[in-house]
Design a protein around this ligand. Structure first.
Ligand code: NAD
Length: 512
């Protein structure tokens, strides 16, 4: 077991209280409750929050619904002004909020800040969108008629988020939902509730500057699965956007279907990259290193499977192994650190189990061992693992939320595509190749079956301009850019007869 010095561990609680105070969350809210909040950096408790009850959740949903009834009447470009102000608040708070993400989720500094930048980006996008919620005019077969579609606000949007993007995922949903005329009730991960309190306070600042935001338009439910279920089951919530594990989606999806509510499910990924003989090796090594080791492998889009052509295997894999041996693992507050902690002990145990299972399937493991940082007792750091596998079996077809990269060989490009697609999940995928035929084939209907397919960049680190989400067990939802906004509105088809007769469609006659 390697040991690394502990930085400034011990002072976390004071720093968190000070940051939250600056962002508008009073210290009194941070203690006296039943939900312990720990920083994965040291494992120490940094707050103890009061939890919502299912009854309290129902009350907040009802209040949000009343707020929605008023908010839907505010013109969309004016609603955009609220999000413009939110973007300003986020810009002003970027350093503090980014640091809080680092402390609560364990992300390195640039990734904590990057997550806040992503929030700012989606706010800008949503402000523009607030003047572009376009419907269509559609050709009608009936003379003297006009047919069109109109997009209307939907209602209260329930947002359930995971620990690994504790604030950005909220913003993908909320920035769009608010300009679309909806209210938002947010159930953040019980592992990262402090960043949610901070974001809620920033939203209230923007709302106060805006002036007449109806009370309860945004609410946060602190708590675990029970309070999430209360949100999912509430009849006044027509849409739930839920981000997390496939197990969570399996529980949430049928409950929503049972009451005919809409679901945006953003679930687990098991993302692959194919490396062809023509690949630019320098770009490939850098892209693979970031995608597989970055965020300690705790992104839904993290690279988990590398499918390498035989002709390039002995060039690429030794370079990757060297990067795995030398990458700096440690306290994410240290500027030199590239790989921070796993979120908790359960994540570490899953990491160990997956490596044991891989060895049992014939895998050869480089790295993967636990690293003690500080006193090393209550925090869980691991050296990223590169595992050469004889076949795509056992843990390779599952998502383990830690930095494990399984490496497989291929000789025929069609087999590589089959391996890429040969898992239950369908979030993100990449091809490294300078061969145009391969690239177009990979992006074609017969290529990658994922919601995201990239060429010569890794599978992680999406921009907000594209629609984000994946197929199969990833859940099928789309968030953020492109026309993802349509999920947050309801579509009405309108037919107007401005003529002097009543022709029926399809030539039907009904003369009375
Ligand atoms: P998780 O499934 O444990 O929890 C996610 C959220 O769901 C939490 O807020 C949790 O309280 C809530 N929840 C759990 N069961 C629920 C239920 N029955 N009803 C209502 N709410 C419930 O996930 P996690 O460990 O926080 O995050 C890691 C997982 O999230 C990984 O699988 C990762 O791939 C996935 N993820 C997916 C995306 C994506 O966009 N596809 C993005 C980020 C994370």
């Amino acid at each position: 077991v390697e040991t690394i010095s502990a930085g400034t561990a011990g002072a976390l609680q004071g720093e968190v209280t000070a940051i939250l105070g600056r962002l508008g969350v009073p210290a009194a809210e941070l203690s006296g409750g039943t939900l312990p909040v720990r920083s994965p950096i040291t494992g120490e408790e940094i707050a103890r929050l009061r939890e919502a009850t299912p009854e309290g959740a129902a009350h907040l949903v009802a209040e949000a619904h009343t707020a929605f009834l008023a908010w839907r009447k505010v013109p969309a470009p004016r609603r955009g002004e609220l999000i413009r102000l939110l973007g300003e608040e986020l810009r002003a708070a970027k350093t503090d909020l980014g640091r809080l993400v680092t402390i609560e989720a364990g992300k390195i500094g640039s990734e904590g800040l990057g997550e806040v930048q992503e929030m700012i980006d989606i706010c800008d996008f949503a402000v523009g969108l607030s003047r572009q919620l376009y419907g269509l005019t559609i050709a009608t077969e009936r003379p003297g008629h006009r047919m069109a579609e109109t997009w209307h606000p939907l209602g209260v949007v329930g947002v359930v988020t995971a620990f690994n993007f504790p604030v950005a995922v909220w913003s993908w949903n909320a920035a769009l939902a608010f300009v679309c005329g909806d209210a938002v009730v947010w159930k953040p991960s019980e592992k990262t509730p402090l960043t949610a309190l901070a974001v809620a306070a920033l939203f209230e600042r923007a709302a106060a500057r805006f002036g007449d935001v109806p009370k309860g338009l945004h609410a946060v439910l602190i708590g675990g699965r029970g309070v999430g279920e209360a949100l999912v089951d509430h009849p006044l919530v027509p849409l739930v956007s839920a981000t997390g594990s496939t197990a969570m989606g399996r529980a949430v999806g049928p409950r929503l279907a049972g009451r005919f509510a809409r679901a945006i499910l953003e679930l687990g990924g098991n993302n692959a990259a194919i490396v062809s003989p023509s690949a630019d090796i320098d770009i490939t090594v850098r892209a693979v290193a970031f995608a597989a080791m970055g965020t300690a492998g705790q992104r839904c889009t993290s690279l988990r499977r590398l499918i390498v052509h035989d002709d390039i295997y002995d060039t690429l894999v030794p370079r990757l192994k060297a990067a795995y041996r030398s990458v700096s693992v440690g306290d994410p507050r240290e500027a030199a650190t590239l790989v921070g902690p796993l979120i908790d002990e359960a994540a570490y145990l899953a990491h160990e189990r997956a490596l044991d299972a891989a060895r049992a399937e014939g895998g050869e493991v480089t790295g993967g061992e636990r690293i003690a940082v500080g006193d090393g007792l209550a925090s869980f750091y691991v050296r990223p693992a590169l595992v050469e596998m004889p076949a795509q079996t056992g843990p390779v077809v599952e998502e383990t939320f830690s930095p494990i990269l399984y490496v497989l060989r291929y000789s025929d490009f069609e087999d590589a595509i089959a391996l890429n697609n040969g898992v239950p999940q369908g979030l993100s995928s990449s091809l490294f190749s300078l061969n145009l035929r391969e690239a177009e084939r990979f992006l074609s209907a017969e290529g990658s079956d994922c919601g995201i397919a990239n060429v010569n960049i890794g599978p992680s680190g999406a921009e907000i301009g594209g629609a984000f989400g994946g197929e199969k067990e990833t859940g099928g939802g789309r968030e953020a850019g492109s026309d993802a906004w349509k999920a947050y509105m309801r579509r009405a088809t309108n037919t107007v007869n401005y003529g002097t007769s009543l022709p029926l469609a399809q030539g039907v006659t009904f003369d009375i």
